[in-house]
Design a protein around this ligand. Structure first.
Ligand SMILES: O=C(CO)[C@@H](O)[C@H](O)COP(=O)(O)O
Ligand SMILES: [Fe+2]
Length: 226
């Protein structure tokens, strides 16, 4: 059995934006706030930018986990570091100089993460894995909340675990998309330890209780890891 813990990161993409302060208070028992930036190019949707991140930073004590779904992370990463991001994720599919970008995030004192779309194999990270604090395995095609989990993600999480063992590293492994109390145990058993959940937290009647249920069921998945 592992001593590792499961971190819960509710995605404010599914929050009521007109009451963002109250929505953030309602998830104070979470570990991170997941903040989805969508540019209308990398993904077919637009969300929010640096100004709302700054306001969110003032309204919560939780670390801000910024997921950049943008075509030009080299340009945008510095904006989000300046606005208060604690963890910055850019997509492998969008960047051109991953190593430089990871260095820039670390120089600013933040944690660096690279995200993989469902169609991108984990081997894409081979050259950069040792530098990363976290890997984000997308479990839906990015762009929208409320989609269904892609079952093939389980094999990919296991492959990432094997690759990390070969490299002798243990970055956090975040999963994002279609995760709820019913499947969190399975993704944790396969190797995930940071759980993003948008609709399953913010559409629940009691947000704090939904977070605790994810944490509880996630811990059961940890116990099932080989
Ligand atoms: O990055 C994304 C979507 O592209 C996510 O972070 C979603 O916000 C997750 O929402 P649910 O699938 O949990 O509703
Ligand atoms: Fe996300």
């Amino acid at each position: 059995m592992s001593n590792e813990s499961v971190l819960i990161a509710p995605s404010v993409l599914s929050a009521d934006f007109t009451r963002l302060g109250e929505e953030l208070e309602s998830i104070a028992n979470a570990d991170l706030v997941h903040y989805d930036v969508m540019d209308g190019h990398f993904v077919p949707n637009l969300s929010f930018g640096t100004e709302i991140l700054r306001q969110a930073k003032a309204a919560t004590k939780l670390p801000l986990d910024v997921h950049l779904m943008v075509t030009n992370p080299e340009e945008q990463v510095p904006w989000y570091l300046e606005a208060g991001a604690d963890v910055v994720t850019f997509h492998y599919e969008a960047q051109t100089h991953a190593d430089r970008l990871v260095g820039l995030i670390h120089d600013a004192g933040a944690k660096a993460c690279v995200a993989l779309n469902p169609g991108t194999p984990v081997v894409a990270l081979d050259a950069i894995l040792d530098e990363l604090d976290m890997v984000l395995v997308m479990t839906v095609n990015p762009g929208f909340g409320g989609q269904s989990f892609i079952p093939g993600s389980i094999g990919k999480l296991r492959a990432l675990r094997r690759m990390c063992a070969e490299h002798g590293v243990s970055p956090l492994v975040e999963v994002d998309g279609g995760i709820g109390a019913d499947n969190v145990g399975e993704v944790v058993a396969a190797g995930a330890n940071v759980i993003v959940a948008g609709s399953k937290v913010f559409k629940a009647a009691d947000h704090a209780a939904a977070i605790e249920e994810l944490r509880r069921n996630g811990a059961m998945g940890l116990a099932k890891r080989a």
